[in-house]
Write a protein that binds this ligand. Structure first.
Ligand SMILES: NC(=O)c1ccc[n+]([C@@H]2O[C@H](COP(=O)([O-])OP(=O)(O)OC[C@H]3O[C@@H](n4cnc5c(N)ncnc54)[C@H](O)[C@@H]3O)[C@@H](O)[C@H]2O)c1
Length: 250
């Protein structure tokens, strides 16, 4: 595989960290972007200890100037980005009648505005190189989920963004695809269990029982799907949404 420079947002932990490690193992130099700079540094150090090349960058992807500056720094210190994984995300779950406008804006801001800002910032490098891969993290929640009006709208929006990027950037050798995970064991699902007052073990067991393959997903399950979309051989696959949910959730 040709070595490229990859950016993974929200890569301090969870799915993003597993994806950063996987892309590094595939031979790419990886920029580990996250709000949590210390934890991003830990991911970068883990990659370096596994023989890879990584750079940790603290950034809020929803901040226009910060997102552009982060991409400039990656280009200067690691090389022009050819791969972008828009993975950073937050939850602010609530039923519609209790959901604040701030919680709506925060979720749409990180997922959707963040993915837009990062994609816009990297596209010139990809277009110039006539090669690029953008992968956006959607979710089975894009199909609708109780208590997640903001998150479901953001994750459905990621699919529309993905298809539009595929149309606009295809002629420059840039593909855009989305991975839509089901239940993955991370800090995000742990926080949900805490919020609803269920032990994480019981929460995991319940999710596994509802999943056709009989287990919950691990971050590496998602990293593998992302890595496929980023590969050389996936150049004719664009504008697709792959549900990685242990069953036909879509
Ligand atoms: N865990 C699941 O079951 C699941 C299912 C479907 C989709 N997803 C999606 O996968 C992605 C990763 O989820 P996860 O479970 O690993 O979550 P996580 O909470 O463990 O990790 C998310 C990371 O994003 C970072 N982040 C948050 N806001 C940011 C911002 N403004 N700028 C930069 N970084 C920011 C966090 O600091 C954190 O490190 C998210 O987009 C999430 O919506 C997760």
């Amino acid at each position: 595989m040709t070595a490229r420079t990859a950016i993974v947002t929200g890569a301090a932990r969870g799915i993003g960290a597993a994806t950063a490690r996987r892309l590094a193992a595939d031979g790419h130099a990886v920029a580990v972007l996250d709000l949590l700079e210390d934890q991003a540094q830990a991911t970068a150090e883990a990659i370096a200890s596994e023989g890879g090349r990584a750079l940790a960058v603290g950034v809020d992807v929803a901040d226009e100037a910060a997102a552009a500056a982060a991409v400039d720094r990656v280009a200067a210190e690691l090389g022009a980005p050819a791969i972008l994984v828009n993975n950073a995300g937050i939850l602010r779950d609530n039923l519609l009648f209790k959901m604040s406008a701030q919680d709506w804006d925060a979720v749409l801001g990180v997922h959707l505005r963040g993915a837009f800002l990062m994609s816009r910032a990297v596209q010139s490098h990809m277009v110039e190189a006539r090669w690029g891969r953008i992968v956006n993290l959607s979710s089975t929640s894009a199909l609708g989920n109780r208590g997640q009006a903001n998150y479901a709208a953001a994750k459905a929006g990621m699919q529309g963004l993905t298809k539009t990027l595929a149309f606009e950037l295809g002629k420059f050798g840039v593909t855009a695809n989305a991975v839509a995970p089901g239940f993955i064991e991370t800090e995000m699902t742990r926080a949900t269990a805490e919020r609803i007052g269920v032990s994480f073990e019981d929460f995991l067991a319940g999710a596994a029982a509802e999943t056709p393959v009989g287990r919950v997903g691990q971050p590496e399950d998602i990293a593998a799907a992302v890595a496929f979309f980023c590969s050389e051989e996936a150049g004719f696959v664009s504008g697709q949404v792959l549900y990685v949910a242990g069953g036909p959730k879509a």
